[in-house]
Design a protein around this ligand. Structure first.
Ligand code: ZN
Length: 332
């Protein structure tokens, strides 16, 4: 079975000859940039460099999928956030919060054709034509909770959930249309599957807030996005996995703060699981032996797609990801 088919079947928990090796978030490291000859920050805003670097996720690291949206900022930048695109060894960042509750600017009608969205769309098309027969092409969109953090500022957005919950719901209704429009454009550009990242992390979003604000939205996104979607939330999500399994989303990309066996039990039989390997302890600092032991533990727990828990630290050695994917492929 081709890597593409293993990845896409594993996303739906259909039978596969082995678990998939993959990630919904960035697997780029500085030493991988050196190897490929395409680097940050150019690879965020140049479609050919973006596709070259993303392709290495499969051709150098050995993952079954590729995913070219390395940062969290593309659609927010196209909506008007001023973003600093970082450096070779620094991810992009923004401290802009251009929207205010009560005075939100309209979503620009042309946001999908602005460079920050157009470039990843072009990169997805390049990846589909170069590698799409062999490997799964995954895109990435942000949910309205994360977009709210970016556009209103984290603190303002979280205060508003307490003080003006109806305004937050209205904001999320508008922002969810951005998520859907970017998702549909990525599918049309060539994405076989999508990561939906929505940073409803435990320290910033209680399980009650997840159920009240996010569960209905994630359920609606699962219904409206016509491809398998993996939800990504960092941190300890044990208290909300039982809600996530009710969304109808295909897969949850989880953090090592939830032990793999516990995640499997909480996810039930239908929700696929991806990730769970610690970026700091294993991917960045582990020996090859520790990486292999971690993969064996994930296999034993029944993790469908094995790989890093979140965007890999840029100073991690890419060899550890090669050790990881080798072990995922090893029979037995
Ligand atoms: Zn994350």
């Amino acid at each position: 079975m081709k890597p593409r088919d293993i990845f896409l079947k594993a996303l739906r928990r259909e039978p596969t000859p082995r678990p998939a090796a993959g990630s919904a978030t960035s697997v780029v490291t500085v030493d991988l940039m050196d190897r490929v000859g395409a680097a940050f920050p150019e690879a965020h805003l140049d479609a050919v460099k973006m596709a070259d670097l993303a392709a290495a996720g499969a051709t150098v690291l050995g993952f079954d999928n590729v995913m070219p949206l390395f940062s969290v900022w593309h659609e927010s930048a196209a909506l008007g956030c001023k973003v600093s695109w970082g450096a070779r060894d620094r991810m992009p960042d923004s401290h802009d919060a251009p929207w205010k509750f009560g005075a939100e600017p309209a979503v620009p009608r042309d946001f999908l054709s602005r460079p920050e969205c157009r470039v990843p769309l072009e990169a997805l098309t390049l990846l589909k034509s170069r590698l799409g027969g062999e490997f799964a092409v995954m895109g990435k969109v942000f949910g309205p909770w994360t977009l709210g953090y970016h556009l209103y500022g984290v603190e303002n957005f979280l205060m508003a959930t307490l003080d003006y919950p109806d305004a937050v719901r209205r904001a999320m209704d508008r922002l969810k249309e951005v998520t859907v429009a970017f998702a549909l454009a990525q599918i049309e550009a060539g994405a076989d599957a999508l990561c939906l990242a929505d940073h409803a992390t435990r320290d910033l979003c209680s399980p009650e807030a997840y159920r009240e604000f996010l569960l209905p939205v994630h359920r609606e996104l699962a219904r409206r996005i016509p491809c398998p979607v993996a939800l990504h939330i960092c941190g300890d999500t044990a208290d909300r996995i039982p809600f996530i399994r009710e969304t109808g989303l295909a897969c949850f990309h989880f953090d090592s703060k939830v032990p793999a066996a516990a995640a499997r039990e909480l996810a039930g039989r239908r929700l696929a699981l991806m990730g769970g390997t610690s970026n700091l302890a294993v991917v960045r600092s582990g020996t090859a032996e520790q990486v292999r032991a971690d993969v064996l533990a994930k296999k034993a727990a029944g993790i469908d797609i094995i790989g890093p828990e979140c965007a890999v630290p840029l100073d991690a050695p890419f060899r550890n990801m090669v050790a990881l994917t080798d072990e995922v492929r090893r029979p037995g």
